[in-house]
Design a protein around this ligand. Structure first.
Ligand code: XMP
Length: 554
C-alpha cells in the first residue's frame, strides 16, 4: 500500500467520499469489493516465507491472501483470484503425505507461479520429474537468464537469487521450457507460456534476491493483469463504510494500549463513528515514565478523542505482591486486566461492540493455513507464538469489530500515518503487554518500578539523541534482583544493584541480535544511570542473540 494512490477517486476527496456514504447502512462498495477486483491467492505449503510473499505482492498495490494449500478449486474460484502462487515448504514432493494442491487448479486458466517446493509440486503434478539433486543449493546463486520475456522481463542476467533446496526439477512437463539456470540448477526458472504457468526454484520474495520484486511485478501486472487497487486511501475509505454499516447507531468500546495497532484502530473508528466510540485506557502501572499521561494528553488535546483513563495501578501492584515467577506474573496481570475491563465496561456501557486490533498474521495463524486437513498437523512448525497479555477471553458478550484484520503491521503503520497519527506512535518500538513488570526480575514493588522507570527513561532519551531509535527493534533496561556489587562514588563505598541494557535489532521479534551501537552511546547511558538513578551503581550490557536468548529477560 502507498500513501498517495493513483486509483482513489479523482472527483471526490476522501472526506467527501466518506461522508456521502455515511447515511447508507448498506455498504455497496466494500473492502471485499476492492479485493475481488484484483487478488492473488497464495497457497501455503509451510514455507517460512509464505507471509512475506503476501506482503511483497501487496507492496505492488495488489491484494493477496494466504490460503490453505488444500483449498478446492471451487472454493478458490469463489475468491476470484487473478493469479495463484504455490509457496515453498519444508517437504519433499516424494515424501509420504507430502502436501499437494487440488490438481484442478492447473486447469482453471488462471496463471500459476510455483516457488521452490511449489514449482517442484507443479512440475511433478503436471508430469515432470523431481529428484534429490547431486548438490543442493543454499544461499546466494547467480541466475543466468535464457529467456528474458514475460516473467523475466527487465531482470538482468547474472543477478543474485536466494536459493534453499535439496530437490530439483530434472525433466520438465510437456509444454514447459527453461527460462533461467544457475551453476547447480539447470531448471532454475521454467514456464509454459501458453498456459501461463511458471516456476522458480529460488525465492524472489526475500531481500537478498536482487530483481525479485521486478519478477513479482511482472507476474502480478503483465501475466495476471491485476490493477493497482490495494492502496491505503482505498482501504481507509472502504473500511469506514464497512464500520458504519456494521455498527449503525450503536456503541463501540476500545481498550487503548498506546501501541500503533490500537491507536490506528481508535483513529479509524473515530473517523467512522465519532462519539459512538469509547476509548478506555487501563493504567496497570507498568508503563514507561510519563507514557500514560502523554498518551491521554495526546488523544484528548491534540486529536480530540476522549479517553476514559482508568487508574488501576494499586490493584495490579497488590495482585503481584510477593510474586517472582515470570509466567505467574503474566497470568495474574492477564486476569486482573480482564476483571478491570469488565467492571469498567459495565460502568461506561452498555456497549454492543468491542473493537479489536487483530492483524492479518493473527488471522493466518488461527486459520492454520498449512495444517493437514485430516490430521490437523502443521506442515511447518511455528518457532514461537507471541504471548499476549491484555488479550480478552472469547466469551465476552460483545460482537467484535476488527477492521485491521486484513492488514500486515507495515500496512497498519501506513494507515495510521495517513490518518494523522504522529511518528512517536507509528514508529514506536514494540512494548510487551505486561510492560515493566517483566523487566523487573523478582518481586515488583513501587520503589523498584520507579528505579527502572528512571533508568529506562535515560536509555530512551540517549538512544533518541544518538539518532538510533529507528535502527533498533527495542532498547530498554532490566532491573536485577538480589545481586549487588561494590562501587565507589565520591569517597564513599556503595553496595547497590546493577541494571542491564538490552538493545536489539530484529525484523519481526522472532529472531534478534544485540545491536552494535557506538561505544559513546553506551558510555553516556552508563554514566547517566549510575549518576542519576538512586540505588543503581553498575550498568552491564546484554550481548546475547535470540536464539538462544529471548529479547525480554522474563
Ligand atoms: P521474547 O522475549 O519472547 O519477545 O523474545 C519477543 C517480542 O515479544 C514481546 N513480548 C511480549 N509481548 N506480551 C506481549 O504483548 C508478553 O507477555 C510478551 N513477552 C515478550 C517482546 O517485547 C518482544 O518484542
Amino acid at each position: 500500500m502507498v500513501s498517495s494512490p493513483s486509483t482513489s477517486t479523482n472527483t471526490q476527496t476522501l472526506e467527501d467520499a466518506i461522508s456521502s456514504s455515511s447515511a447508507s447502512s448498506n455498504a455497496d462498495i466494500t473492502t471485499d469489493h476492492i479485493i475481488s477486483r484484483s487478488m492473488i491467492a497464495i497457497l501455503d505449503f509451510g514455507s517460512q516465507y509464505s507471509e512475506l510473499i503476501a506482503r511483497r505482492i501487496r507492496e505492488t498495490q495488489v491484494y493477496s491472501e494466504v490460503l490453505p494449500y488444500h483449498i478446492s478449486s471451487e472454493d478458490l474460484l469463489k475468491l476470484n483470484p487473478k493469479g495463484i502462487i504455490l509457496s515453498g515448504g519444508p517437504s519433499s514432493v516424494y515424501d509420504e503425505g507430502a502436501p499437494k494442491c487440488d490438481p484442478a487448479l492447473f486447469e482453471l486458466g488462471i496463471p500459476v507461479l510455483g516457488v521452490c517446493y511449489g514449482m517442484q509440486l507443479m512440475a511433478k503434478q503436471m508430469g515432470g520429474t523431481v529428484e534429490r539433486a547431486d548438490r543442493g543449493e543454499y544461499g546466494k546463486a547467480d541466475l543466468q537468464i535464457d529467456d528474458p520475456t514475460d516473467l523475466l522481463t527487465n531482470v538482468d542476467s547474472g543477478i543474485t537469487m536466494w536459493m534453499s533446496h535439496g530437490d530439483s526439477v530434472i525433466d520438465l512437463p510437456k509444454g514447459f521450457e527453461i527460462l533461467a539456470h544457475t551453476a547447480n540448477t539447470p531448471c532454475a526458472a521454467i514456464a509454459d507460456h501458453d498456459k501461463k504457468m511458471y516456476g522458480v526454484q529460488f525465492h524472489p520474495e526475500v531481500v537478498h534476491s536482487v530483481g525479485g520484486m521486478a519478477m513479482i511485478r511482472n507476474f502480478v501486472y503483465h501475466i495476471c493483469s491485476c490493477e493497482p487497487s490495494w492502496t491505503t486511501d482505498a482501504f481507509i475509505e472502504n473500511s469506514i463504510r464497512e464500520i458504519r454499516a456494521q455498527v449503525g447507531e450503536r456503541r463501540v468500546l476500545l481498550a487503548l494500549s498506546g501501541g500503533v495497532d490500537s491507536s490506528t484502530l481508535a483513529f479509524l473508528l473515530h473517523k467512522a463513528i465519532g462519539d459512538q466510540l469509547t476509548c478506555m485506557f487501563i493504567d496497570q502501572g507498568f508503563m514507561r515514565k510519563l507514557e500514560p499521561e502523554r498518551l491521554v494528553k495526546l488523544f484528548e488535546e491534540q486529536f480530540h478523542i476522549h479517553v476514559e483513563y482508568v487508574n488501576a495501578r494499586d490493584r495490579f501492584l497488590k495482585q503481584l505482591e510477593g510474586i517472582t515467577e515470570p509466567e505467574e506474573k503474566r497470568k495474574l496481570i492477564g486476569y486482573e486486566f480482564i476483571k478491570v475491563f469488565e467492571e469498567e465496561s459495565q460502568r461506561l456501557g452498555p456497549f454492543d461492540f468491542l473493537a479489536q486490533g487483530t492483524l492479518y498474521p493473527d488471522v493466518i495463524e488461527s486459520a492454520d493455513t498449512n495444517a493437514d486437513p485430516k490430521t490437523g498437523k502443521r506442515v511447518a512448525v511455528k518457532i514461537k507464538s507471541h504471548h499476549n497479555v491484555g488479550g480478552l477471553p472469547d466469551n465476552l458478550r460483545f460482537t467484535l469489530v476488527e477492521p485491521l484484520r486484513k492488514l500486515f503491521k507495515d500496512e497498519v503503520r501506513k494507515v495510521g500515518t495517513v490518518l494523522g497519527l504522529p511518528e512517536e506512535i507509528v514508529k514506536r518500538q514494540p512494548f510487551p503487554g505486561p510492560g515493566l513488570a517483566i523487566r523487573i526480575i523478582g518481586e515488583i514493588t513501587s520503589d523498584r518500578l520507579n528505579t527502572l522507570r528512571d533508568a529506562d527513561l535515560i536509555v530512551r532519551q540517549e538512544v533518541n539523541r544518538a539518532g538510533q531509535y529507528n535502527n533498533l527493534w527495542q532498547a530498554f533496561a532490566v532491573l536485577l534482583p538480589t545481586v549487588r556489587s561494590v562501587g565507589v562514588m565520591g569517597d564513599k563505598r556503595t553496595y547497590s544493584h546493577p541494571v542491564v541494557l538490552r538493545l536489539v535489532t530484529s525484523e519481526d521479534g522472532m529472531t534478534a541480535d544485540w545491536a552494535r551501537v557506538p561505544y559513546e552511546l553506551l558510555e553516556t547511558i552508563s554514566n547517566r544511570i549510575v549518576n542519576e538513578v538512586e540505588g543503581v551503581n553498575r550498568v552491564v550490557l546484554d550481548i546475547t542473540s535470540k536464539p538462544p536468548g529471548t529479547i525480554e529477560w522474563e
